[in-house]
Write a protein that binds this ligand. Structure first.
Ligand SMILES: [Zn+2]
Length: 365
């Protein structure tokens, strides 16, 4: 969905109104007036209602000339989408519309009452009413919030909590290149699935080029973005080329986790999604499980630090996990996801399965 329309819907949903029964019919009218938030008035002035400038609108907007329907006219230029919504209701609070409050619980009666005052266009109320089901559906959409994906490593310099690269595949592919490729694929998969399901979802990447960021800077993005979930993506390596398997870590309680239970549930969902995807491409996939980061090595995983994630004192902390998607030092794994002709398609299969598991998890909590 277009970003401006998404923002209009979200603002409409959350805007406090004394008459919530009219939210959907008002949105339906704005969909019509703004061509679903594509009109120049919507894009340039945040004016989704085609509202003309009136002195009473001064708290919400400035007056601006705009050429519409071959006519130069003074329109409201709103300061924000919230200001537009408040301004729309203030606009109806003016004398010509006196009496609409009688229809506060009657969307059809409301639009039939205001339509002839709003515009001389015949059939206007019917056209708005035809868009009411769409407006109701938009307002009901599940909001999955923001997820931050963190492709591990990158660049050439080792930084605190993030080396430039760690594992190198049996055929010579770097872990940092694979984490980035997988992160981009996972982002696309999440967005495609959310769009198809009519869910709203924002996906951010800590990096989308070959650069390194310190561990805390990666985690910090989740806090700054008000993210609901943070997932660090890695591939494993071992001196023993027969070692393989998928594992996912959460921040252990003894490492200072402020929200261990939701983190464990998230890590298990991630692990489940990865394994289900792996099994599609490789019956020999090995499930090493979801586990606390006390089992990942001598030190806690910096990117899962709750203080760095901005989770300390936050009402709804982001859930966080670190996935080690497979051991790329295993020649079979290397062929499947790093160097073989089907590597990119196989990564997409795993990413689609993981995306679906993440969406289910975000929807359920
Ligand atoms: Zn790594």
């Amino acid at each position: 969905m277009d970003d401006l329309l998404t923002r209009l819907v979200a603002a409409t949903r959350t805007h406090p109104l004394p008459h919530p029964a009219l939210k959907a019919i008002a949105l339906a009218q704005w969909l019509l007036e703004s061509g679903r938030a594509t009109s120049a008035l919507a894009r340039e002035y945040l004016n989704f209602g085609g509202l003309k400038w009136r002195a009473e609108m001064a708290p919400f907007a400035t007056g601006a000339d705009h050429v519409a329907h071959d006519r130069r006219d003074g329109y409201c230029r709103f300061l924000s989408i919230a200001a537009f919504i408040a301004g729309y209701w203030a606009f109806l609070g003016r004398r010509p519309y006196a009496g609409w409050e009688r229809f506060a619980d009657d969307p059809a009666g409301f639009i039939r009452f205001i339509a002839p005052i709003y515009t001389p266009t015949a059939g206007y109320a019917d056209r708005v009413l035809a868009l009411l089901p769409e407006a109701e559906r938009l307002l009901r959409q599940t909001d999955l919030g923001t997820i931050v994906l963190d492709p591990g490593h990158g660049g050439t310099a080792n930084l605190p909590g993030s080396s430039a690269n760690n594992a190198i595949s049996a055929s010579g592919v770097t872990e940092k290149a694979l984490t980035l490729a997988f992160g981009l694929t996972l982002r696309d998969s999440l967005l495609d699935q959310a769009r198809a399901a009519g869910e709203r979802l924002t996906v951010l990447l800590t990096r989308d080029t070959d650069v390194n960021l310190a561990g805390e800077a990666r985690a910090g993005l989740a806090g700054k973005a008000g993210g609901r979930a943070f997932l660090s993506l890695h591939f494993n390596g071992s001196g023993n080329q027969t070692v393989r398997g998928t594992e996912t870590f959460w921040r252990a309680a003894e490492n200072g986790n402020v929200n261990p239970a939701p983190d464990i549930a998230f890590a298990q969902a991630v692990q489940g999604g990865l394994i289900a995807g792996w099994r599609v491409i490789d019956p020999a996939a090995r499930d090493r499980g979801a586990k606390p980061d006390t089992q990942s090595g001598p030190r806690a995983l910096g990117v899962l630090n709750d203080r760095a994630l901005g989770n300390v004192g936050r009402a709804r902390p982001a859930v966080a996990a670190l996935a080690e998607i497979e051991f790329i030092t295993h020649p079979g794994v290397d062929r499947l996801i790093a160097s073989g002709t089907a590597a990119s398609a196989n990564r997409a299969t795993i990413a689609a399965s993981l995306a679906s598991a993440i969406r289910r998890q975000l929807d359920g909590v």
